[in-house]
Design a protein around this ligand. Structure first.
Ligand SMILES: *Cc1c(COP(=O)(O)O)cnc(C)c1O
Length: 395
């Protein structure tokens, strides 16, 4: 039945399981454990012969509703929710890989993900090769007989580089590996990696899925077979999504379609306007024809998304002047909020890289990233116009 429904409808109408009270809004089950009608029922629950909740580390009805709804949106057989996006990424590796195996990962991924693969997992005998997000030949060359996982984010942060998910899925499968896509920036409203051949989708639900900067959460999605390993890690290790956070995220999903369309509209308008501003030397947004992977982005995404990066002349001093002069934008590295956020990647999210690494990656000192929120777009333009003017010394 759900196959014929559009994402906006799935986000509102799937996953709901009502209690005996027939509540309209999904119930929040704030309980650590569940009681059984008899010893025999307890035994049947524990053996898996009878479905139903046992203990909230691995079974909670509110969390299950969130999982079912997100699974419908991504077109996945199963979703396993986690306490954060990083917990979801860790669980993917812990659930599916073992020491002695190898990962090929995009160089342009979230900073903590780089640390997780490059430092933490390396100590446990899982080695990672980092390659270009936009050059499939590098992925093919980096694959080894023990490679089990390809990992990428598209579009990337902060440069909005777009990876060819279908091409990289084919290369992964030829190498005997799975492709996992962190779909945080697009959400299933703008991009469904499983339909493009990926095996696993990962979310930091903290960002657009919540959409209002309230809670942390994460999720891993894929086939029943792959998710069994991921779920087993959750059950035994316990990086569990709380019922409260799951309830907030369920409500967040109900407006995800509207929000992503508005984020995209506002970001495109701002990016187009920025291209003609004095002192702005480069604008990076997948929805602009000037973006290096514009054609690919428009093939695999239903819109450019909400993240815009741009460079100002004058390096870090000029970038900081622009950021400090804005009045409507929050100076924070977070993204995916109704409130517009502005950040200077070189001195915050990417400050752990050496200047040489940043230069090689294309993250200049004048680069500014904006996660465009849902304020009225002309108000954001006016705010940036006065900020750019002040930075040029006109204020
Ligand atoms: C924020 C983020 C994460 C980590 O998610 P948390 O919920 O903060 O743990 C992972 N990937 C991307 C792309 C992110 O933006």
């Amino acid at each position: 039945m759900t196959d014929a429904l559009h994402p906006e409808t799935l986000a509102i109408r799937t996953g709901t399981v009502r209690s005996q009270f027939m509540e309209h809004s999904e119930a929040m089950f704030l309980t650590s454990s569940f009681v059984f009608g008899s010893a025999a029922e307890a035994a049947a629950r524990f053996s898996g012969a009878e479905p139903g909740p046992i203990y909230a580390r691995f079974t909670n009805p509110t969390v299950s509703m969130f999982e079912a709804r997100l699974a419908a949106l991504e077109g996945a057989q199963r979703c396993v929710a986690f306490s954060s996006g990083m917990a979801a990424i860790l669980a993917t590796v812990m659930g599916l890989m073992k020491a002695g195996e190898h990962v090929v990962a995009s160089r342009s991924i979230f900073g903590s993900t780089v640390q997780l693969f490059g430092s933490v997992l390396a100590r446990f005998g899982i080695e990672t090769s980092f390659v270009s997000p936009t050059d499939p030949a590098e992925w093919r060359a980096a694959a080894k007989p023990n490679t089990r996982l390809f990992f990428l984010e598209s579009p990337s942060n902060p440069l909005t580089e777009v990876s060819d998910i279908r091409a990289l899925a084919d290369i992964a499968h030829q190498a005997g590996a799975w492709l996992a896509v962190d779909n945080c920036f697009c959400t299933p409203i703008l991009q469904r990696p499983l339909e493009l051949g990926a095996d696993i989708v990962i979310h930091s639900a903290t960002k657009y899925l919540d959409g209002q900067g309230r809670v942390l959460g994460g999720a891993v999605l894929g086939s029943h077979e792959l998710m069994e390993g991921v779920y087993t890690f959750l059950r035994t290790a316990g990086p569990t999504l709380s019922a409260f956070n799951a309830w907030v995220l369920l409500k967040g999903l109900e407006t995800l379609g509207l929000r992503m369309q508005a984020h995209t509209r506002h970001a495109l308008a701002l990016a187009q306007w920025l291209e003609s501003q004095a002192g702005v030397t480069r604008v990076l947004y997948p929805g602009l024809p000037s973006h290096p992977q514009h054609a690919l982005a428009m093939r695999q995404q239903a819109g450019g998304g909400g993240i815009v990066a741009f460079e100002v002349a004058g390096g870090q001093a000029a970038a900081w002047r622009v950021i400090d002069a804005t009045r409507l934008m929050s100076i924070t590295a977070n993204l995916g909020d109704v409130k517009t956020t502005i950040t200077h990647p070189a001195s915050t999210t990417h400050s752990r890289m050496t200047p040489e690494q940043r230069a090689a990656a294309g993250i200049g000192d004048g680069l500014i990233r904006i996660a465009v929120g849902l304020e009225y777009p002309d108000d954001l333009k006016a705010d940036l116009a006065q900020a750019l003017g002040q930075a040029r010394g006109e204020g």
